[in-house]
Design a protein around this ligand. Sequence first.
Ligand code: HAM
Length: 414
Amino acid sequence: MEKKLSTESYKGTRDFYPEDMAIQRYIFETWAKTAELFGFERYDASILEPSELYKSKGAENEEMVREQTYTFIDRGDREVTLRPEMTPTVARMVAGKRRDLNFPVRWYSIPNLFRYERPQRGRLREHWQLNCDMFGVDDISADVEMIALAYNVLKAFGAKDSDFEIRINDRSWLNGIFGDFGLNQDQSKQMLTLLDRKEKITNFDEEAEKICGKPFILDLEEPENGSRLYDVCKGLQEIGIIKNLKVSASTVRGFNYYTSTVFEIFDTSPTNNRSLMGGGRYDNLTGLFGGDPISGMGFGLGDVTMRDFLETHNLLDGKVSITAPTLMVLPIDASQNIEAEKIAMAFRNAHIRTAVDLSDKKIGKKISHADEVGTSYILVVGADETVSQIFTLKTLATKSETKGTISELIASLT
Ligand code: HAM
């Protein structure tokens, strides 16, 4: 006999059974609503991209491209990659329509992304991300607005300021400090990569000394008055984001395209130590496609860590339910199934969510099942009703009944 197939989903991916799908929908709808509240427009693209999009200098995140992409050769000999992030795609799209677009462009998307990572809490091989990006504004106000949007997304789920922390930094500020310390460009780049891994490794000092050729003393004080980072923090404070904002020298982000402000949001609960979202300013990414660069500023917020965050802080309680039909039509037995379908069609045409119980359960069981799944009304179809064309609509909560023809009953509901 042939080996039985596994019912497990592919490693590191999730099946969304209806209970999970209800949570996912709630998360996506809250994301979309908040992005639109800030005037963002939705876009999307294919999950397939030519691999070269991720290999070009500047776009590159070496670890991700080398070790984490799903890449294959298609039947036409093209090298193709399942998108591991959305930023190169949106930069491509903005660059492609640069002449027609009205800047500033504010766009959001909820793509699924693929990374060949070791699956663990907060990290999977397929995840979804809310991506919000603004293009065409160099001023710090874009940085302030994007961080405010990220903050508001979490607040929209009912999160308190004490539930999360926004860590902010500026790569150009760090590069200045590295320059003052006598590091060349290549050493500075290596130091950024090392800083990004600081929390994950134990021999930071040793590694830093190897790069710098001398002991590296991380003496990063608060940004001075007049620096970009100082102004961004001040702007955020002026619009009311004060309590959970923290300048963090080791927040540098893993992508080389970031040029200035970078930020990450962390759950303050130690059970979720992976970042909820990350983003920053990238001033040269559209330059890859020719023409003058258009500056971008944005972030990605993942659904895996988002759900962990909501569960940890009990923010899903009472918010999520599977959509039940408003009405269940219950045939007494199989001989009434088609009549029941006919009746259901009439209710659906009147935009009433209606399902037919086609199981071979006894009628009493059908009624209790309709109640269990949260249906509001039931309508039993037996031979007598089929002949007389007079039916009884029962409200499950109150047990009250209305008798009439189908059109009378529809009228009673609409
Ligand atoms: P990222 O830091 O790679 O940034 O991802 C952003 C967020 O997506 C993370 O904070 C995390 O919540 C989630 N995430 C990333 N990888 C995984 C994974 N393997 N499993 C589950 N969740 C994950 C970016 O992707 C940038 N492109 C974001 C951006 C947009 N920057 C500017 N605009």
